[in-house]
Design a protein around this ligand. Structure first.
Ligand SMILES: *Cc1c(COP(=O)(O)O)cnc(C)c1O
Length: 392
């Protein structure tokens, strides 16, 4: 019998954005000027020196062969040097670094490389939706790690039953966080590492926004904690820091047994990324964090302007120290989904309902700052004009 979809694919967690997307298409069709603040990709260009490096590598015919499975040595060395510089962490480029085709690919394959059907994985709520999908695709069981809104969305480790820690194989963390834009201190990672040692599970930390921090703020990494390599890996990406989202390049570093298992799985699936992209990414990492700081200054300026505009209309949003997201409390008596629907219907502004990131996102919407300042301010003007008390 021909099948057109497996039970696994049919059982994928629902894609909560599709209804909004349909509505957006409808409104655009009617000629309405829709402002999309739902986007999760940077609107800024990559640094010119990265584009130049990519052009040079494109001209080299040697780059058109298969890449080494784990990624080319130049890229793995650049990742290791970046970790030394940014975190003071030593990595062996041969055994503790693996190239990824973006960190999303890495997250999905990591779970398939590590867990067996029914194994439990702790995922942050609210959190990046890919974590839940990745657990589903590996036929695992997702369990929730609640984040504490009162403590800027730090993990509520004590809200999880100790027997759960004995049951899980992996705990996923993500700081600076999508969607809440919150940061973790190194103490949070130290607490996670202590728990992982005590209960023998792996920590996988997603550091996609590690370089998008404001002012002198620096985002710590989990491997900075003493002994973390015994129980942790960290995933990183050039998508957000260097605006290379379409290049599909990231990395995973840390525990060598975990990296070996992922390398075995991936070696049978994808044969890694185009060498020219890996070498341009190596150039980006060697170029230091200046380019990312330049991006961050732009996001910070937008963040301040948008926060001020929201405060003026009485919306108590907390100004974040990282990422290009604002995590905005919705009006009282209005669910996240209703709030987002009204913003789109009455103002032509798309934001993402917090519930797209889990039940912990109820009462919030995520506003992306990956749009020009004028568009953000225009969105705020239209938002302010809505009569939230009255009915539409
Ligand atoms: C954007 C994003 C990623 C995916 O990045 P890629 O490297 O482009 O796959 C991973 N994690 C989080 C939290 C993200 O927001």
């Amino acid at each position: 019998m021909m099948k057109t979809a497996s039970e696994l694919v049919k059982g994928m967690p629902p894609y909560l954005f599709s209804a909004l997307e349909r509505k957006k298409a409808e409104l655009v069709q009617k000629g309405i000027d829709v402002i999309d603040l739902g986007i999760g990709a940077p609107d800024l260009p990559p640094p010119p020196f990265v584009i130049d490096a990519l052009k040079r590598e494109l001209d080299d015919p040697r780059n058109y062969t298969y890449s080494p499975y784990a990624g080319c040595r130049e890229y793995r060395e650049a990742v290791a040097a970046f970790y030394k510089q940014q975190y003071g962490v030593e990595l062996d480029p041969d055994t503790e670094v693996l190239a990824l085709i973006g960190s999303k690919e890495g997250i999905v394959h990591l779970l398939q490389a590590l867990i067996d059907p029914g194994d439990a994985v702790l995922i942050p709520n609210p959190g990046y939706p890919v974590y839940r999908t990745a657990v589903h695709l590996a036929r695992g069981t997702p369990l929730e790690l609640p984040l504490d809104a009162a403590r800027d969305y730090a993990p509520q480790f004590s809200a999880v039953d100790p027997s759960t820690y004995d049951r899980i194989n992996i705990m996923l963390l993500n700081y600076p966080s999508n969607p809440t834009a919150s940061m973790a201190t190194v103490d949070v990672f130290a607490e996670a590492v202590a728990l992982a040692n005590k209960h023998r599970f792996l920590i996988a930390h997603d550091s996609a926004y590690s370089l998008l921090t404001f002012g002198d703020v620096r985002a710590p990494g989990v491997l900075q904690v003493d002994g973390a390599k015994d129980v942790a890996v960290e995933l990183g990406s050039l998508s957000k820091s260097y605006n290379m989202a379409g290049c599909r390049i990231g990395y995973i570093v840390g525990n060598r047994d975990v990296i070996r298992a992922l390398a075995v799985l991936k070696g049978n699936i994808d044969t890694c990324q185009f060498l020219a992209v890996q070498k341009a990414a190596a150039a980006a990492l060697r170029g230091g964090t200046e380019a990312a700081k330049g991006n961050s200054r732009i996001y910070e300026e937008r963040m301040k302007a948008m926060t001020a505009a929201l405060w003026k209309m009485g919306v108590p949003v907390r100004p974040p120290q990282a990422t290009f997201f604002l995590w905005v409390p919705t009006a009282v008596g209005c669910s996240a989904a209703e709030f987002a629907a009204r913003l789109l219907d009455e103002a032509g502004v798309i934001v993402t309902p917090g519930t797209a990131f889990g039940s912990g996102g109820e009462g919030y919407v995520r506003v992306s700052l990956a749009a020009p300042l004028e568009r953000l301010l225009e969105a705020a003007r239209r938002w302010a004009a809505i009569d939230w008390e009255g009915r539409s």
